[in-house]
Design a protein around this ligand. Structure first.
Ligand code: FCB
Length: 463
């Protein structure tokens, strides 16, 4: 077996998706509260107001983690609980909640892996432009200082941001996530300021907790065409741009201290917010890289009239780079409830690609991986065999990547519990633990039992 002896087996969640209690203990409003309260944004009008009430059920949830034998728990800290207005006043009751959580984890021998930002930006900061305002990067650094200082004696490993690609592009260009803008220039401005915030937060972690590991969590995937296109077809350029946005923007800026040429060449729309010295801040060395992987980014070339659709002009003008001449390929493999493909080999390829392409790549963790399936409960049992097969295939893929030289130190399944799945509301169930959203009863799916065995056998039951 190739999983190293001290491989960290864990599970992941995030604050807004599980906590509920949005008005409790002085929590301020976040852009996700605002987004949910805006009609038509979230499926079924669902909100995170109650979610799975983890805020009030945390001790019982800790016991479940213990029962599963988790080595690590990846969660996020809600900025608006710590600083209700995003800056200034500190809410100690918010800090107290995470204090109890962290103590509860340590008491059960579970390593806390907190992420400082998993998308719940304080609304008050959106009022000054959110991530399109450079100042917000400094507010993030100040918030980071408060949190890291409070927990520096008990937390050894920090993630700054979760999936900045989603915050920037789904939030500011596609408009399907908070804050719901459709403005490509705003998306690139946010993409840059998020990385600036990351760089500043890394420095804060160095200053406040010099022994702690600082890292970031990115959603990454191989990007490719599943069907050939003639050499002069715009699909090739689009794939390059998609790869630049999804993968290289974040990786190159951190590990090579530059942004991809293909994007910089697009001019103002992309470069507007970048100032001298920023890339030096962004490329401060990190100690670990978290990778969230669900499926490959697969496209097919389109021909004829369709090809011109969404053509990108020099200013961007509403369209996103990389939209030209392609559309998403139909899903392959076992298709999840979300309509996502199952492409487990992509995870191996991705981990190997990172290892080959980035000389100063730090140790890696798969910080999210999982799938949405809503299998029925029969006599208290939920046979989610498709989830088990998904997890098995991806874990074997991680194992192969390790054999091929990738330095992967841990794996966190997404998600520990069913939860509020952003724009999809409660209709996508990612948990290895089922939650009845009316009664808040938690039931271990078969995949939870399977995962428990993965942990105890150190992966030997994967076959
Ligand atoms: C990721 C998010 C996580 C969850 C999964 C399904 O993009 O980080 O919060 O929603 O997707």
């Amino acid at each position: 077996m190739s999983f190293p002896a001290n491989f960290l087996w864990g599970a992941a969640t995030s604050s807004y998706q599980i906590e509920g209690a949005v008005k409790q203990d002085g929590r301020g409003s976040s852009i996700w509260d605002d987004f949910c309260y805006t009609e038509g944004r979230v499926a079924n009008g669902d909100t995170g107001d109650v979610a799975i009430d983890h805020y009030n059920r945390m001790p019982q949830d800790l016991d479940i983690m213990s029962e599963l034998g988790l080595h690590a728990y990846r969660f996020s800290i809600a900025w608006p609980r710590i600083k209700p207005l995003g800056r200034g006043q500190i809410e100690t009751r918010g800090l107290d909640f995470y204090d109890r959580l962290i103590d509860g984890l340590l008491a059960r021998n579970i390593t806390p892996l907190p992420t400082l930002y998993h998308w719940d930006l304080p609304s008050a900061l959106q009022q000054i432009g959110g991530w399109t305002n450079r100042e917000v990067a400094d507010h993030f650094a100040e918030y980071t200082a408060v949190v890291v200082n409070k927990f520096k004696d008990r937390v050894d490993q920090w993630a700054t941001l979760n999936e900045p690609w989603v915050s920037a592009f789904l939030g500011h260009a596609a408009g399907i996530h908070a804050p719901g803008l459709q403005d490509p220039a705003a998306a690139f401005s946010a993409a840059h300021h998020l990385m600036l915030a990351h760089g500043k937060a890394v420095q804060v972690i160095r200053d406040v907790a010099p022994k702690a590991k600082a890292g970031i969590v990115l959603n990454l995937a191989p990007v490719y065409l599943t069907e050939p296109a003639p050499d002069d077809h715009p699909a090739h350029q689009s794939i390059k741009l998609q790869d630049a946005m999804l993968n290289r923007w974040w990786l190159d800026s951190m590990f090579k201290s530059n942004y991809p040429e293909a994007l910089l060449n697009l001019g103002d729309m992309v470069t507007n917010s970048i100032q001298d010295g920023d890339l030096a801040e962004i490329s401060r060395p990190i100690d670990w890289l978290g990778i969230n992987y669900y499926q490959d980014s697969r496209s097919v070339p389109v021909f004829g009239n369709e090809e011109a659709v969404q053509a990108l002009d020099s200013t961007g003008n509403g369209a996103m780079p990389g939209d030209r001449g392609i559309r998403m390929a139909d899903p392959v493999g076992e298709i999840t409830d979300f309509g996502w493909s199952t492409t487990p080999d992509g995870l191996r390829r991705l981990l190997v690609m990172l290892t080959e392409d980035y000389e100063n790549l730090p140790e890696m963790y798969v910080t999210e991986n999982g799938c949405a399936y809503d299998d029925p409960m029969v006599d208290g049992k939920i046979e989610d065999s498709r989830r088990i097969e998904y997890l098995r295939a991806h874990l074997k893929s991680v194992e192969m990547a390790i054999e091929e030289g990738a330095d992967v130190r841990g794996y966190m399944v997404w998600s520990l519990f069913d939860n509020f799945e952003w724009a999809e509301g409660y209709r996508q169930r990612f948990g290895i633990i089922h939650v009845d959203f009316d009664t808040q009863v938690r039931t271990l799916r078969e995949s939870a039992h399977f995962y428990k065995e993965v942990i105890t056998t150190k992966g030997e039951n994967l076959g």
